[in-house]
Design a protein around this ligand. Structure first.
Ligand SMILES: [Zn+2]
Ligand SMILES: [Zn+2]
Length: 644
């Protein structure tokens, strides 16, 4: 096993962790302790449940082991002797099984530091003192060999770095990430809800969260109108036959909800006494027959309507939309097109459904139903370049408006040695050149990645870095030669002959759910004013200025500002604090002097106390800030109150 120097530090730390645990809990049975991308862990079987206090004790013991500067010594032994060693050290429960995993003929080695001996292939640092910066992080349950049928062990996670500085930076980033966690902030700020009764992975947008989504959609729609897109709406389901033509069924069957079988057909099947097993078999037969048909045509030939309909007598139904493309294609195909009409750009915030494993679900970023900022462009070969560039420019505008200026694009190209790609080589050459050219023209860093294209065309992915340096892969732009063939799309060219259009799929932000999740973390909940669910909070000092507050509230609302008046009977400090905890960008404090002078005392989240301003002047400034979608002047560090 080739380990990097950092892997070696981390893996050695896991040995030191096990050393310390055995000193404190000699009865512990050890399983494994590999390095990970961000640290290391070790799995223990122990009746005593580890607590956070234990972590501190174990950490202290680890420091002793490190200070003892024990060398790591390797010994290779024959298998029979390995069994003896494992018995001698009393670690039979898991280590014998792990020994059994080592194939015959491969070296069997043990590493020893101090009194601690572990079955391990290596490699390690030479002395424990070379572990200069480590920290234990958490305790979690983990099934032996990741299998729920096995016993659940206790896993202790830790991390280690080459230097104390790097460790400190990492811990700071983790702390920041925790404060920014969209699942926590989403709950605290009441932006979205996931309810078990509705279903895991299904996001319920609350009124506050919906404001953010609506503002984003309005903003994106405005840009789309400027770029000549047409808005469309399509239903959430479509017939199975449609997805057979598109290839989404049966090819992506595993990631889809089970089809909704036509109720009449279902009744008929029930009358025939067909069992669930038989029905599943029928559905599989339908899929298989179609898979073969598609393979035979291998995407170079249109699928005739009769073929997609042929299976309906066997079994038909509807699919929850896994993609919006087939619906948009049918809109395009509903009219004859001349080359003069192209490109046709159809946009929809289209909701789709995917079957994600429950273990994969995560807040807003991994869900089972989501709304893509989707669009499909139908264009001529020559238009591919400019259209791809248009898609990229849109993303650039939106990202820079949101203060996400640090991003790169990945251009996915063909694997030159593979023949899995559909479409003519010269088209591919042109499309790849167009994508590369577009990325260049955009003037952002990009990498070319051969083998990363889809089988139907090259694609461009966006990878955005947020303020704490984490990378988020957002959506893609994909050029597609395949679906226009499958659906037999055409337009009439200048030569009056039918030509095949090229399709571009683009959902640059992926989905509204994911994008909002990323934005919550990016802003740490401190949204720019234009996105804030509540933009202004009016806080009267006492009942005496309540009427003044009501008057200002009416003026703010008339100006289209989302504002509220705090009418609670609390102390002023409590009211201000509440507004801050709820991350309202502006809190206007209204005292007697302010009421008299028609002014407000302004506190902003970005700049703190801004002093007293005439209300009219403040309102003008606010309106401009909203209309220009200005960013908060300071970059966001999560405020202290979110820690509580
Ligand atoms: Zn090891
Ligand atoms: Zn699509």
């Amino acid at each position: 096993m080739a380990m990097t120097p950092l892997d070696e530090i981390r893996h050695s730390s896991s040995h030191v962790l096990a050393t310390a645990v055995l000193r404190l809990f000699p009865e512990a049975q050890l399983d494994i302790g590999p390095p990970t991308d961000s640290g290391f862990y070790y799995d223990f079987d122990l009746d005593h449940k580890f607590t956070t206090e234990d972590l501190a004790k174990i950490e202290a013991e680890m420091k002793k082991v490190i200070d003892e500067n024990q060398p790591f010594k390797r010994t290779e032994v024959p298998r029979a002797e390995a069994v003896e060693i494992i018995k001698k050290i009393g670690q039979e429960r898991y280590k014998l099984g792990r020994l059994g995993d080592i194939p015959e003929g491969e070296a069997i080695s043990f590493y020893q530091n101090g009194d601690f001996i572990d079955l391990c292939a290596g490699t390690h640092v030479r002395y424990t003192k070379q572990i200069k910066a480590f920290k234990l992080l958490s305790i979690a349950g983990a099934y032996h060999r990741g299998d729920e049928k096995n016993k659940q062990l206790q896993r202790i996670y830790g991390t280690a770095f080459a230097s104390k500085d790097e460790l400190a930076q990492y811990l700071d980033r983790m702390e920041q990430a925790k404060l920014r966690d969209h699942r926590k902030l989403g709950k605290d700020l009441k932006l979205f809800v996931i309810d078990d009764d509705v279903g895991q992975g299904l996001v319920l947008w609350t009124p506050a969260g919906s404001v953010i989504r609506q503002e984003l959609q309005n903003f994106i729609s405005e840009e789309l109108r400027k770029q000549g897109y047409s808005q469309v709406f399509t239903p959430h389901i479509g017939k199975l036959a449609l997805y057979k033509t598109s290839g989404h069924f049966p090819y992506y069957k595993e990631s889809q909800f089970t089809p909704i079988i036509d109720p009449d057909q279902l009744a008929q099947i029930a009358k025939e006494g067909c069992s669930c097993a038989e029905m599943t078999a029928r559905l599989d037969a339908v899929s298989e027959g179609f898979r073969q048909e598609i393979n035979r045509r291998s995407g170079r030939e249109a699928i005739p309507v009769e073929r997609t309909k042929a299976d309906e007598t066997l079994l038909d139904g509807f699919l929850l939309k896994p993609m919006n493309c087939p619906h948009h294609i049918k809109i395009f195909a509903s009219q004859p097109h001349s080359y003069r009409d192209l490109p046709v750009r159809l946009a929809e915030f289209g909701t789709v459904y995917r079957w994600e494993q429950s273990g994969e679900l995560n807040g807003m970023t991994r869900v089972r139903g989501f709304t893509q900022d989707d669009a499909h462009l139908f264009c001529t070969e020559e238009q591919v370049g400019p259209e791809v560039l248009g898609c990229l420019s849109l993303v650039k505008i939106v990202l820079s408006t949101l203060g996400m200026s640090d991003y790169r694009v990945r251009v996915g190209l063909r694997d030159p040695d593979s023949n899995k790609y559909t479409g003519a080589t010269e088209n591919w050459d042109k499309a790849e050149a167009a994508c590369r050219e577009a990325a260049k023209t955009l003037g952002v860093p990009f990498t070319e990645e051969p083998g990363e294209a889809a089988f139907y065309g090259p694609k461009i992915d966006f990878v955005v870095k947020d303020v704490i340096g984490r990378e988020w892969q957002l959506g893609t732009v994909q050029v597609d030669y395949n679906l226009p063939v499958r659906f037999d799309l055409s337009y009439s060219g200048a030569d009056n002959q039918p030509h095949r259009p090229v399709m571009i799929h683009r959902a640059p932000f992926g989905s509204m759910e994911r994008f909002c999740g990323v934005l919550i973390e990016h802003f740490a909940g401190d949204f720019p004013v234009w996105l804030s669910p509540e933009q202004v909070r009016l806080v009267p000092i006492s009942e005496k200025t309540l009427d003044y507050g009501r008057n200002l509230l009416a003026q703010l609302k008339a100006a289209g500002v989302r504002a509220s008046l705090d009418e609670h009977n609390d102390k002023l400090g409590a009211k201000i604090r509440r507004s801050e905890v709820e991350k309202v960008p502006y809190t206007l404090v209204l005292g007697g002097k302010e009421a008299e002078a028609q002014s407000v005392s302004v506190r902003s989240r970005a700049k703190g106390d801004e002093g007293v301003l005439p209300f009219a002047q403040y309102l003008e400034r606010l309106k401009t800030e909203i209309a220009t979608r200005a960013l908060p002047e300071k970059t966001q560090k999560p405020a202290v109150e979110s820690q509580k």
